[in-house]
Design a protein around this ligand. Structure first.
Ligand SMILES: [Zn+2]
Length: 257
């Protein structure tokens, strides 16, 4: 009993404020999605109970998911964006209830690498082994986004599907919000390490997975997250997949930046 109390005191003395809603929620693995696990795991309505901000995709990879301010945008293959219906399902996503722990104004970046360098330099100060959700909002002088055609069964691996079914869209001087997820290096087996960016325009009509971008005087907000919650589907297609294989190369190809 004495031993137990001693341990308890140590734990309390280093405790941080963990609170409900402060976690990063993940549906399945990027690696299962990459291997063609495209059927939804939870509904959009359920996803909203885990966060108000995040990124992901839909049943059959039917567009890129961008969640911002509690709204779930579906950026479709033809470049259009609609509000996803609550009963649409999601095979892969990361969401959180967004708190702007860190704010930086006047963020101007010439390209994707420059923007993520700015965000990564902030992470180095605040702890590189935490999770981060970021929002970059304002004017994008240039942005290149992609989406993809909805896939039908039998599902091909994502790399193969994107070879023929990826569509790219380029915009100039467009206002909007980038929602970006940062996973630390130790997440390599479950997701992609580093940054993953999705975009939705201010008027909610354009968006997708960000392949290239420049920003001018944008507002950067970052949420530092110390808890991680993941759900996986319990079904044969998922359980039959070998999720121990290293997919770094394929993931880099799919991320495309
Ligand atoms: Zn994406």
């Amino acid at each position: 009993m004495k031993k137990f109390l001693a341990v308890l005191v140590v734990v309390l003395s280093v405790s941080q404020a963990f609170a409900a809603g402060d976690e990063l929620f993940q549906t399945a693995l990027l690696q299962s999605l990459m291997q063609g696990e495209y059927d939804g795991v939870i509904t959009v309505k359920e996803l909203k109970s885990y966060g108000d901000t995040g990124i992901g995709t839909f049943q059959g990879v039917n567009g890129e998911l961008v969640m911002s301010g509690g709204k779930v945008y579906q950026a479709l293959w033809d470049g259009s964006v609609k509000i996803a219906s609550d009963d649409e399902t999601v095979p892969f996503a990361n969401v959180t209830f967004f708190d702007a722990d860190i704010k930086k104004e006047g963020v101007t970046a010439e390209n994707f690498g420059a923007l993520t360098d700015i965000m990564t330099s902030i992470i180095r100060e605040h702890g590189r082994n935490q999770f981060y959700m970021a929002k970059v909002s304002g004017l994008m002088p240039h942005i290149l986004v992609r989406s993809e055609l909805k896939q039908n069964e039998p599902y091909k691996p994502l790399n193969d599907a994107l070879k023929t079914d990826q569509r790219e869209f380029e915009y100039k001087d467009i206002r909007g919000t980038i929602v970006a997820l940062y996973c630390p290096n130790y997440m390599r087996g479950l997701n992609s390490a580093g940054w993953h960016l999705h975009f939705v325009s201010e008027d909610g009509t354009k968006g997708g997975h960000v392949l290239g971008v420049s920003t001018k005087d944008c507002l950067l907000e970052m949420d530092s997250i110390s808890e991680f919650v993941m759900i996986v589907p319990n079904r044969k297609t998922f359980n039959d997949k070998d999720l121990s294989v290293n997919m770094q190369k394929e993931i880099q190809q799919v991320e495309g930046n």
